[in-house]
Write a protein that binds this ligand. Structure first.
Ligand code: LLP
Length: 439
């Protein structure tokens, strides 16, 4: 359920016509709906309300400050995987003591800074990381609460690139090894190992892998307690799938019930790190057709967004529904390959997609692009990062401005031995006078 609907033949984000945003910022751009973000957060919060639940929004899904601030207002904490994400969460209003720091490769500098900022919990993913953390807290003379992330060796039955809970994946510490790691943690001054964390993957559409993994976590907590460890928190990660192409993911309510069954009896606080299910349906990517090109065997709609703006189709063969911003009047459909301007064939959003007849200038919207969209963008082909717009009722605000090529060049330079100098001036200096048609 989202708040992108047609009214009088025009696509709206809440009470704002996308055409009005196009006029204001041009294309392409991402557009997010506050009401959808809020709704998804609330639905999730209600689904786990029977537990001592703590929700840490997985900032990696969409780290726009406006988006994080919208969720922070509702009481969301943040799950971060870099010091950069931690600072963005704090800038958006999440207090440091509501931030969990996950990730398989946190550097010593990042760990130290997160501790200085007052991070709530660090999810440790390896024995070497525990040793580094032990040294940092000893040197600082502080105590930090940690979780040990366990790898439960469960197949999440999702795309291989976003599966994280199998033994061959780089994440967490194998179950059998975890008791020894807790014992080691107990010996380290300043380490308060009080939580077990798990995250088996993303875009899960089936509860069974969760049930298996959480069952193993519950058994582990019992075993650790029998060893005398005071485990008061389980952190169950994120991963709930959403509907991109007719998938029927478990409802948050069913997920909540399964959590109660598997870990509810432990009497622990339960942490959650949802990302996609909060932000996914809350965003669209709006783009315009540059050309419609008739190939030998197919029609290409070449649009002004590209794989650098939304990499999911290229990287995971992901499906995003594409709709026209002007609602089609006729029921006739044509078949198009929807492609971007980038110089590789992988820059293809969809093949053989049935859409109303398209013309140059028509605006399209990629639905379900609020999670892992803008955050995964790059400037490949010297393309500027696109603006992000947040809608709230009948208001909208540009919450990330369009990057320019000048922004890009401002962080680069030409070395002295090649002449150095001001890059912007160099553009002017190297311009030639346009030739007259007759020349
Ligand atoms: N917690 C941890 C430790 C994670 O690694 C992740 C996601 C989450 C929570 C949030 O998972 P979610 O609720 O969003 O499924 N770029 C990929 C998805 C990568 C997910 C990485 N980890 C995509 O576009 O599908």
């Amino acid at each position: 359920m989202d708040h992108f609907n047609y009214r009088d033949g025009r696509l709206y984000a809440e009470d704002v016509a996308l055409d009005d945003i196009i006029d204001a910022v041009g294309t392409p751009f991402y557009c997010y709906s506050s009401a959808t973000l809020e709704r998804h957060y609330r639905v999730f919060a209600e689904a786990v309300a029977g537990l001592d639940a703590h929700i840490y929004y997985a900032v990696k899904a969409n780290s726009n400050l406006g988006v994080i601030a919208t969720l922070a207002r509702l009481g969301a904490g943040a799950d971060v995987v870099s010091i950069g994400e931690m600072k963005k969460a704090m800038a958006a209003g999440v207090p440091a003591d509501r931030i969990v720091f996950s990730g398989v490769g946190k550097s010593e500098a990042e760990l130290a800074e997160a501790i200085d900022l007052g991070v709530h919990q660090i999810n440790v993913e390896s024995e070497p990381e525990l040793e580094v953390l032990g040294r940092i807290v000893a040197a600082k003379g502080v105590t930090v609460p940690i979780a040990i992330r366990v790898n439960p060796d469960v197949d999440a039955r999702t795309h291989a690139k976003i599966s994280t809970g199998k033994a061959e994946n780089k994440f967490g510490i194998e179950l059998a090894r975890v008791p020894a790691v807790f014992s080691r943690a107990r010996d380290l001054v300043g380490i308060n190992a009080r939580a077990v964390a798990v995250h088996i993957g993303s875009q899960l559409t089936d509860l069974e892998p969760y049930r298996q993994a959480y069952g193993r976590v519950a058994d582990l907590v019992r075993a650790l307690r029998a060893d005398g460890h005071d485990i008061s928190v389980v952190d169950l990660g994120g991963g709930l799938g959403i509907d991109y192409q007719g998938e029927v993911p478990p409802s948050p309510a069913d997920y909540g019930a399964m959590v109660s069954e598997t870990v509810g009896v432990l009497g622990c606080a339960v942490a959650f790190e949802p990302g996609r299910m909060i932000a996914g349906n809350a965003g669209i990517l709006v783009s315009r057709v540059i050309y419609v090109k008739q190939g030998l065997s197919r029609s290409f709609a070449i649009i002004d967004a590209a794989m650098n703006d939304l990499i999911r189709p290229t990287l995971y063969d992901a499906y995003h529904e594409i709709v026209t911003v002007r609602e089609a009047v006729s029921a006739t459909r044509e078949t198009y390959d929807i492609v971007g301007p980038i110089c590789e064939t992988g820059d293809t959003f969809a093949t053989g997609r049935a859409l109303p007849a398209l013309d140059a200038g028509d605006a399209l919207a990629f639905r379900t692009a609020g999670a892992y969209g803008a955050v995964m963008a790059s400037t490949y082909n010297a393309r500027p990062l696109v603006p992000e717009v947040l809608v709230c009722g009948d208001r909208f605000d540009v919450v990330a401005r369009r990057f320019t090529v000048e922004d890009q060049m401002a962080r680069e330079s030409i070395p002295d031995w090649l002449g150095g100098g001001d890059v912007a001036e160099a553009v002017v200096a190297h311009a030639t006078i346009a030739r007259k048609a007759s020349a």
